[in-house]
Design a protein around this ligand. Sequence first.
Ligand SMILES: O=C(NC/C=C/[C@H]1O[C@@H](n2cnc(C(F)(F)F)c2)[C@H](O)[C@@H]1O)c1cc([N+](=O)[O-])cc(O)c1O
Ligand SMILES: [Mg+2]
Length: 212
Amino acid sequence: SGTSRPVRILHHVQKVAQYGDAQSVLSAVDSYCSKIEWAMNVGDLKGQILDAVVLETRPHYVLELGTYCGYSTVRIARLLPPGARLFSIEMNPQYAQVAREIIQHAGLDVDILVGCTSDLIPQLKKKLDIEKFDFVFIDHWKVSYLRDTKLLEECDLLRPGSVLLADNVTCPGAPDYLHYMRTSPRYESQYFPSRLEYLQVEDGMEKSVFLA
Ligand SMILES: O=C(NC/C=C/[C@H]1O[C@@H](n2cnc(C(F)(F)F)c2)[C@H](O)[C@@H]1O)c1cc([N+](=O)[O-])cc(O)c1O
Ligand SMILES: [Mg+2]
């Protein structure tokens, strides 16, 4: 077929989801990906863990690594108070465009930064006039989780109490990230067991609070 999977997901959302209704956008993506074709969205089960951590953290400045179709971006943005800012980094311009349209269909306002984390993270303070991030959702290439977390530390973008939540620490897995988070004295880490999106496979999320 000529279209990409993200474009087919976007077309489904535009066809069945109520414009301006974030929950109907999430339900449209979840029903498409559970019935028609699987896609690597965080999904509704792990999404409920994401919701709970966002509500508990009440973040003002949020960073997401790995936008893909924007499912988790919508999930997070729908829970933020007015005035809060969500920035999402996506290196694939086609995915970024699909995500913009899905996020727009949900009636939400998010800044999607197109590029790779190693280039963009060092520019965030100057470019976006941001001091620190209160919440970071990590869901991009699993081999980049640890490198990019250390980059956030080096760029002084975390403060005591900043919360990092990482998807897929069990499947596909991010063993070096997990080991670092569970042994570093700079973090208090907690595992939330769950299931891989739309499947019966075990997965989980790791919540880590930066201490200093
Ligand atoms: O590979 C998975 N996710 C990789 C996700 C990758 C997404 O993050 C973007 N990205 C890459 N670098 C950057 C940055 F930020 F560096 F610029 C952003 C990629 O373009 C893609 O949209 C995955 C796989 C499975 N699975 O079951 O295989 C399940 C999942 O939930 C997953 O998230
Ligand atoms: Mg994921």
